[in-house]
Design a protein around this ligand. Structure first.
Ligand code: NAP
Length: 296
């Protein structure tokens, strides 16, 4: 199965994330089972600070999924009044616990706490989000380590749907630390599913549509609802919608729906990049356990 860039006026082929996530999670479940058979129970710890309903819901979903995959998932819930030191103590305890292989701090945390400072305290090898500065450094250097989940999910999504990336022109709208910047590093790496000519545009590039219009693969990573419109898309291009903004529970994507009339292939409004991001979290967790027991 392969997707090529060709002019089209028909509605674009959809690139859903769910089957990609299912494939990754099936592999994760097999790896967890192998570890358990060898006497190791992979453990993904979760930390929730405060009483935000949405965050509590996300943690519950991840814990349920962790249990289904065979992970142990110790959980700490700190009150909204917790101090930075309280959070650091929890992370230090998980760092010191050889039975815990990965740690997830649910984001966002209450405003008086500094997420980046907390992340610095976490053992980089237990950082399942792949966002620790050491892991960003490993990514920049092409060294093994946990990969940032959303960029890794996008690479997997393109590979699964047979979208050739190697040698092609990828333009990323946005240079944020979660998505645009690490994705640029990832897709420029020398690997068959990457190896692309990558350009990153942002608010400093006023004429960014000049770049996006020539992209064979366009990734929206701005977090500005509807910023990518059909006139920004090369006919037949592959469009990946990574950027989203939430208004309450309403999801507002960067990519305007009408781009499907110009693109050759496009991620769906819902169920595109999101499921692959979550799958990568568990992939990072099982790999952390494999590394800890000398299998990685
Ligand atoms: N789908 C998922 O699972 C998932 C997971 C994680 C993140 N996300 C989404 O990914 C998006 C990016 O997150 P992030 O943390 O990497 O980025 P971020 O820190 O929010 O930065 C956004 C980037 O977009 C650029 N930008 C914003 N408005 C622009 C405009 N009008 N014209 C040109 N460029 C513009 C900014 O340019 P400057 O640098 O010049 O300010 C910046 O580089 C967010 O919407 C986030 O919600 C999605």
């Amino acid at each position: 199965m392969s997707v090529s860039v060709s002019p089209t006026t028909a509605t674009a082929r959809l690139l859903p994330g769910k089957p990609v996530a299912e494939k990754i999670l099936t592999e994760v479940a097999e790896q967890v089972a192998a570890l358990r058979a060898a006497g190791v129970t992979p453990a993904l710890a979760t930390v929730l600070v405060g009483d935000d309903d949405a965050s509590a819901g996300y943690i519950r979903i991840k814990q349920r999924q962790a249990a289904e995959l065979g992970f142990a998932s110790p959980h700490v819930h700190l009150p909204a009044s917790a101090s930075q030191q309280d959070l650091h103590r929890v992370l230090a305890d998980f760092n010191a616990d050889a039975g815990v292989h990965g740690v997830l701090v649910q984001h966002p945390i209450p405003g008086h706490l500094d997420y980046d400072r907390a992340l610095d305290v976490l053992d980089p090898d237990k950082d399942v989000d792949g966002m620790h500065p050491v892991n960003m450094g490993r990514l920049a250097l092409g060294l093994p380590g946990p990969l940032p989940c959303t960029p890794a999910g996008i690479e997997a999504l393109l590979a699964y749907h047979g979208v050739p990336v190697s040698g092609r022109e990828v333009v990323i709208l946005g240079r944020g630390a979660t998505l645009g910047r690490p994705l640029a590093m990832l897709l420029a790496q020398k690997r068959p599913t990457a190896n692309a000519a990558v350009t990153v545009v942002h608010t400093g590039v006023a004429d960014w549509p000049r770049y996006t219009r020539r992209a064979e693969i366009l990734v929206a990573a701005a977090g500005v609802p509807g910023i990518v419109r059909p006139e920004h898309v090369r006919p037949g291009a592959v469009v990946v919608g990574g950027g989203v903004r939430y208004e309450g529970r309403r999801l507002l994507p960067d990519v305007d729906e009408s781009c499907a009339e110009v693109a050759g292939a496009i991620t769906p409004r819902v169920g595109g990049v999101g499921p692959t991001t979550v799958a990568m979290l568990f992939r990072n967790a099982v790999r952390a356990a494999q590394r800890a027991v000398g299998q990685g």
